[in-house]
Design a protein around this ligand. Sequence first.
Ligand SMILES: [Zn+2]
Length: 670
Amino acid sequence: MTNPLLGPWDTPFDIAPFDRIEDSHFAPALETALTLARAEIVAIAEDPAAPDFANTIEALEASGKALSQVLAVFYTVAGADSNPTRQALQRDFAPKLAAYSSWIYAQKALFARIEALWEARETLDLTDEQARVLMLAHRDFRRRGAALTGADEARMQAIMARLAELGTQFTQNLLADEAGWHMGLDEGDLDGLPDFLVRSARQTGADKGLDGPVITLSRSLIVPFLQFSPRRDLRERAFAAWTARGAGGGETDNRAIAAETLALRQERAQLLGYDSFAAFKLETEMAGTPGAVRDLLMQVWKPAKAQAMRDADRLTAMMHEDGVNGDLAPWDWRFYAEKRRQAEHDLDEAELKPYLQLDRMIEAAFACAHRLFGLEFRAVDLPLYHPDCRAWEVTRNGAHVAVFIGDYFARASKRSGAWCSAMRGQAKFPEIQGPVVINVCNFAKGDPALLSYDDARTLFHEFGHALHQMLSDVTYESVSGTSVARDFVELPSQLYEHWLEVPEVLAEFATHAETGAAMPKALLQKVLDAATFDMGFQTVEYLSSALVDLAFHEGAPPDDVMARQAEVLAELGMPEAIVMRHASPQFAHIFAGDGYSSGYYSYMWSEVMDADAFQSFMDAGGPFDAQRARSLEANILSRGGSADPETLYLAFRGAMPGPEALLKGRGLTA
Ligand SMILES: [Zn+2]
């Protein structure tokens, strides 16, 4: 019997035949696909012909197709519709795939071919995209240590193994410290807390087998507690425990782990030929260098701090009116900010919700894509992995562009959050393949399903990623769609969120579920105003973390991370009443693995670009300016990673983005 995962798929749009796939098919399909992929790699590496672009780089592009096909289907269902079998398979597959990846980068004969092509690149008569694909392959192998030999190669393996251990230990310590603390509340301590918080404090107490309600260090409990509890002494106790995670001494202390991690990263970077780990990490990003990151962050820091200081004065005055004297402390900020929010921006989610129907918001996202890019969406009936999934064929002037799948509702089998992935990326080599793109969200079901404003923004955000995949128009799949630098990938998604805020879009699509009336202007204004509330605080707590992250990874690694952190904060003049969003012993983004190390800045980098990019529409003919839309598609959305992001942005905008539009968007222009 043939395994349906391995195809060929005789289905509409060549989409995976979900109605024939069973869980028992995944493991054997993976084994077959891995064997096939390894054989393809060996054939390329051992090709007796002299290396050329076709027999090496294009051959690599064409290899592993069965593997990508199997994994695309597997990861789709493992993320959006898991079950114990799929979870077990996921645990099983992870080390096999890691071993496969290490095996490829250890192929010395393959690297020698890539290296030879790289050396001869000027003579190969490559297109710009081919030159880019060659550069990326060469850089990728070099960064993975393919050029190292002998003692250096062995040392690199030891460093990588130790870093993996340290990352796991860091996470486990943090979890242990979080699980190891709770604060019991008496009935009287519940005064002033909203119902949802009281309920979840009681539930948490019961889950722990305790008599009364408790507060733990889980973000969903501690943050609302700090926001709502009028008991300053309890806020201080909870805040102290929250900020001491990973720094309490003893077995679960993360400070020495952080220091060892930084030292090993520096050694790794130097083995690979870089001055610092930040230089190594930023090489593949749009920002390029630590200096460029620092420049941008500091341009935002000054106005953000000024705004935070103005807000601190305001909150201090509120606290004094409350009869509490002295300085505003970090455990006071959220409490008085919440009081201020209620006084100034009383936005009632319940009043807003009936205007945000899921189906109307999907229509809104499609309508904007039609006005901007001429795309049309036609619902199609395809057998998918879950009855909640819906599919559309996307066309333009009658020609097929993509298949778009939306899986919007929360369910127990789906992991949390929202994401966009391509079940098949766009490519023209070795043959034309149209993208199959999926958006997965966790919205509450209902009849009709209603969204919060955050949900609606998430829907537009993920659809922005989907457009990046669907409008991709490159030759090689390795550079198609969202295969771009991390500090560039959120540009299309965050940019698309701006169209949700266009008044004419909301006027047409945000209609009341029962009355059909359009959302009142005053309500819309409240929504927009609330978006900039307390941005001084939020920007300062974020930027201080990003700047400490950067300092840690530049130059000589610190022996004492806390001392270095204190030094950076002192140089910045950190406001007394605000602490880093993630202090070093809790900074899992940068220490639980190296995903966001010297990369925590990237959220803001993307925001600077999306604000600037949308401003360019407003400076031209408005949000639907046809020339701007054409330029966005031609220079960014269709290009994927086929050129370096700075070149793409310059072609779209004519200049690199400055922070002005972001400062305005965050309400930081005094
Ligand atoms: Zn995103």
